[in-house]
Design a protein around this ligand. Structure first.
Ligand code: PNS
Length: 162
């Protein structure tokens, strides 16, 4: 029984994240999406809102559950008896940060390994920050985030859909 944790801020979840989640669920017996509750980051969505939106987006995936966490990722992984941390790699620019984070996490807890999934090409340019930037100026995010996420994002920027 192999359990993976897919951690992130998910502010908000994108189709790129969903792609990594779907593919992780094919590899692991159980996938726990760990939503970071970090008060110093001032996210657009409250952690409870992010968890709810992700739960709705993954409701058809039996192996996948969603939980928030605060503190160290390796502690959360230990608490959940997870063997692996999954991260998506979009481009070489992600690599340095991800490499450092995985090595640091392995130093903190040598029992937890990080596995990288390369993001599918059609989502390689996607990021939560880009979604927020586009939505803020009324651009179209319809093909970039799960359907249930579209309205809440526009609402945060007081943009009403026509
Ligand atoms: O989607 P993000 O914002 O790139 O995810 C980053 C995340 C949540 C994986 C990372 O910030 C994290 O693990 N935070 C928890 C604190 C921690 O464990 N830090 C030590 C590793 S650098």
């Amino acid at each position: 029984m192999k359990t993976a944790i897919y951690p992130g801020s998910f502010d908000p979840i994108t189709l790129g994240h969903l792609d990594v989640i779907r593919r992780s669920a094919k590899i692991f017996d159980k996938v726990i999406i760990g939503v970071l509750n970090n008060s110093s980051k001032s996210p657009l969505f409250l952690v409870e809102e992010r968890v709810k939106m992700i739960q709705e987006a993954v409701k058809d995936m039996e192996k996948v559950t969603v939980e928030s966490f605060s503190g160290l990722l390796v502690d959360f992984a230990k608490e959940k008896n997870a063997d692996v941390i999954v991260r998506g790699l979009r481009a070489i620019t992600d690599f340095e940060y991800e490499l450092q984070m995985s090595q640091l996490n392995n130093k903190l807890n040598p029992d937890v390994d990080t596995m990288f999934l390369t993001t599918s090409v059609e989502y390689a340019y996607l990021s939560s920050s880009a979604i927020k930037e586009i939505a803020k100026f009324g651009g179209s995010i319809e093909s970039l985030v799960p359907e249930n996420v579209i309205k809440p994002v526009y609402e945060k920027f007081q943009i009403t859909l026509s």
